[in-house]
Design a protein around this ligand. Structure first.
Ligand code: BGC
Length: 400
């Protein structure tokens, strides 16, 4: 409740600031679809207009997002852009079409434009060394946004508690199948994880498997395909089509004889979409298969309403942008950044300086927000964030 209220107040303040800015500022933006798409925005805020609207920031912020082809990053890009502009900063936003070398280029271009701070959601956590080293040489701080970058030039990490995203998915399956009380009954499950290049993907998978593995070991959960290790179940680039194709192969090979499938762990919504499509077209059974997800993508929320997907782990990326802005301001203003900051970020979040490392033995101080479970029973919670609306048909649309 408290978090929602704070978010609503921040959104309101942000909207007010933006409106105040509209009359007096010029804005220059150009954008093309994902092919190295760049949006450059100038707040045009003058020193004293800042005091009226609360927009006191000065400086240029480079915001590098992975792709526009996966729904959430469009939201992240626009929330970050809006919130930094509302605070008075100039922004450059790029989407790199899931192409790591393009992301290196995009970041190098931002450095050439003299950005004061970089916010980067990496396509591949190990492929940004050139750009990261150049940022370090230029004295530009880097915040790894949502996905950790494995380079010591990264100063801080803002994300959700990725491991607990996985435990929420695993626990959902345990509860939905009532595995605690299964007795001799056995249930069949299949597993789909995320992109191996994304540092988050193993966290999600390990979190879920730490909950599910005891039931697999006890024989209560059975994986008929035998595919249980991360590398085998991973999905390059979190691709819906790749997840769909693998699910069709598994259904054809292990379930065509009428074997019942009870659950399919999917690490996120883009992969859940592919798995659900395969279940709709290729699964012979008549039971409802439990399917997990993550993000609250529109198509998946529709599937939840329609009973095709069971749950999604929701991460409020507007709050993630709020936390990133607050941390950025502290960095730019040379303030002390420590655990106490987590209490003042305006969103529910914890400080963790042990779980994530940018290189062996080099922990990255992290601010981790709290994910929540969304099912057909609490879709209204999403509407209450102000970030979704519900149509007369009961389907949700994201506000942006
Ligand atoms: C994000 C997830 C997202 C996935 C694919 C991960 O790094 O944390 O929210 O579903 O990337 O976009």
């Amino acid at each position: 409740m408290k978090r929602k209220l704070i978010s609503a107040l921040l959104c309101g303040a942000m909207a007010a600031t933006m409106l105040a800015g509209c009359g007096s500022s010029s804005s220059d933006s150009s954008s093309t679809a994902d092919s190295g798409s760049t949006t450059t925005s100038e707040s045009g805020t003058t020193a004293d207009s800042g005091s009226a609207g609360g927009a006191t920031g000065t400086g240029k912020i480079g915001i590098s997002m992975p792709t526009q082809s996966l729904e959430r990053w469009n939201r992240d890009g626009s929330y970050l852009d809006e919130q930094f502009q509302a605070a008075g900063y100039e922004t450059i936003v790029t989407y790199s079409d899931n192409d790591s070398s393009r992301q290196v280029n995009d970041i190098q271009n931002m450095l050439a434009e003299d950005v004061d701070l970089l916010i980067v959601a990496a396509i591949d956590g190990e492929a940004l060394n050139t750009a990261m080293n150049e940022a370090a040489d230029a004295g530009v701080s880097v915040i790894a946004y949502d996905r950790l970058i494995l380079n010591d030039a990264v100063s801080y990490y803002v994300s959700f508690d990725n491991y607990s995203v996985g435990t929420l998915q695993g626990q959902y399956i345990v509860d939905a199948l009532d595995l605690e009380n299964a007795g001799d009954k056995t249930y069949n499950i299949e597993l789909t994880a995320g992109d191996p290049a994304d540092n988050n993907a193993p966290y999600f998978f390990n979190g879920a498997m730490d909950v599910l593995q005891p039931y697999i070991d006890a024989g209560t959960l059975v994986v008929p395909s035998g595919q249980t290790d991360f590398d085998t179940v991973a999905t390059a680039q979190w691709s819906t089509d790749t997840a769909l194709e693998r699910a069709q192969n598994i259904l054809g090979s292990y379930y065509a004889d009428g074997t019942q499938l009870d659950a399919w762990l999917c690490s996120n919504d883009s992969t859940a979409l592919g798995v659900s499509q395969a279940l709709t077209s290729d699964y012979a059974g008549s039971n409802t298969v439990i399917v997990t997800g993550q993000d609250g993508d529109e198509a998946n929320l529709k599937n939840i309403v329609d009973g095709i997907q069971s749950m999604t782990v929701y991460k409020n990326v507007s709050d993630e942008a709020v936390a990133t802005l607050a941390l950025s301001e502290a960095i730019l203003n040379g303030e002390t950044i420590d655990a106490s900051m987590a209490d003042n970020l305006g969103v529910e979040c914890s400080y963790d300086d042990t779980s994530y490392e940018t290189s062996d033995g080099n922990p990255c101080p992290s601010f981790l927000l709290v994910p929540t479970v969304i099912t057909a029973d609490n879709l209204q919670d999403l509407v209450d964030t102000g970030l979704y609306t519900m149509g007369d048909d009961g389907y949700l649309s994201a506000v942006q």
